[in-house]
Design a protein around this ligand. Structure first.
Ligand SMILES: [Zn+2]
Length: 291
C-alpha cells in the first residue's frame, strides 16, 4: 500500500505539471519543472512527492519563495486514489463479478481504469477552476475508460449487460437491437446536459453551461451507463454546486451573478461514483428517486 501511494503521488506530481502546462499549450515532458519565482530547475529531491514539500516546509530551496500547498495536496490525493483503486476493486472486489481465471487480473484492470479516470478528473477539476475550460484530452481519456470498462464487463458477464430495444419492423415481427451500455450512456449523458444548456440559455438569456461540461457528461455517461448511475451522478454534481455556491456567497467570495464552473463539481461527483457508486446509487435512489 505504501508503494502504491508513492506511485500514485509521483503520478500526482505529473498531474500538477499537466494542470499548469496543458491550458498554456506547453509540452508536458520538456523542459524540467522550474521554480516560478527564481527559475531554478527543480532537482529530483524537489520533485519527490509530498515529502519534499514537508521537508522544505513548502519553500523553494533556492530562493525561499513559498509554493502553494495545492501541489502537495494533489500529490497526496492522487496517492490515496491509487491506494483506493487497489483496495476497492482488488481487495473488496467491488464491481464486476469475474469468471474463474480472471479473479486476479480482472479486478486489477478495473482498478487501473478507475485510477486513470480519476487522474483525468483531477486535471479537469483544477483546469476548469483556473481557466474555465475542460480540455478535450481529458474528456477523451474518460470516454475511453468508459468504453474499456464496458468491454471488460461484456467479456466477464456476457451480452446480458447490453441495452436492448425491441423495434417493430412489421405488424407481426420485431427486431431486437443490442447496444453497449457505454455508448447509450454517452448519448444520454451528453444529451441531458445539452438539453439543460439549451433550456437554461433561453430562460436566463445567457450561456450557463459550456461545451466542455456537455462533453464531460457524455464521457461520464460512458463510464456510468445510461441508468440510475448517471442520474445519481448528475444530482450529486448539482447538489455539490448548490452547496459550494451558497457557501461562497455567504463568505462573500462570490457575487450572485458571478460565473461558477460546473466541471469541478462533475469531477468530485465522478470520483465519488467511480469508487463508491455501488453504495451511493442504491442509497440515493431508495431515498429520493423512488417514492
Ligand atoms: Zn525559487
Amino acid at each position: 500500500m505504501v508503494l502504491l501511494f508513492v506511485l500514485g503521488a509521483t503520478i500526482g506530481s505529473f498531474l500538477n505539471v499537466v494542470v499548469f502546462r496543458l491550458p498554456r499549450g506547453e509540452s508536458l515532458v520538456h523542459p524540467r519543472s522550474r521554480c516560478l519565482s527564481c527559475g531554478h530547475a527543480l532537482g529530483v529531491l524537489d520533485l519527490f512527492p509530498v515529502l519534499s514539500y514537508l521537508f522544505s516546509r513548502g519553500r523553494c530551496r533556492y530562493c525561499q519563495r513559498g509554493f502553494s500547498a495545492r501541489y502537495m495536496l494533489v500529490e497526496a490525493f492522487t496517492g490515496l486514489a491509487c491506494v483506493a483503486s487497489w483496495y476497492v476493486f482488488v481487495e473488496l472486489r467491488m464491481g464486476i463479478a469475474w469468471p474463474g481465471g480472471w479473479m486476479t487480473l480482472g479486478p486489477a484492470l478495473q482498478g487501473a481504469l478507475a485510477f486513470i479516470a480519476t487522474c483525468a478528473l483531477i486535471v479537469v477539476f483544477f483546469i476548469d477552476l483556473d481557466h474555465y475550460i475542460i480540455p478535450d484530452e481529458t474528456v477523451i481519456i474518460i470516454a475511453c475508460v468508459g468504453l474499456a470498462m464496458d468491454g471488460l464487463r461484456l467479456f466477464a458477464t456476457g451480452p446480458g449487460e447490453m441495452v436492448s430495444f425491441a423495434e417493430p419492423v412489421s405488424l407481426s415481427s420485431e427486431m431486437v437491437i443490442h447496444l453497449p451500455k457505454s455508448l447509450v450512456g454517452m448519448a444520454v449523458g451528453a444529451g441531458v446536459l445539452l438539453a439543460i444548456a439549451v433550456v437554461a440559455e433561453r430562460v436566463f438569456k445567457k450561456p450557463s453551461m459550456g461545451g466542455g461540461d456537455i462533453k464531460l457528461a457524455g464521457a461520464m455517461g460512458a463510464v456510468l451507463g445510461p441508468g440510475y448511475g448517471f442520474g445519481v451522478y448528475f444530482l450529486l454534481a448539482v447538489f455539490l454546486g448548490a452547496i459550494v455556491g451558497v457557501v461562497a456567497m455567504a463568505l462573500g467570495k462570490r457575487g450572485r451573478r458571478e460565473y461558477m464552473p460546473f466541471g469541478p463539481m462533475m469531477a468530485v461527483a465522478g470520483v465519488a461514483m467511480l469508487y463508491a457508486g455501488n453504495v451511493i446509487t442504491p442509497a440515493v435512489v431508495a431515498r429520493f428517486l423512488i417514492p
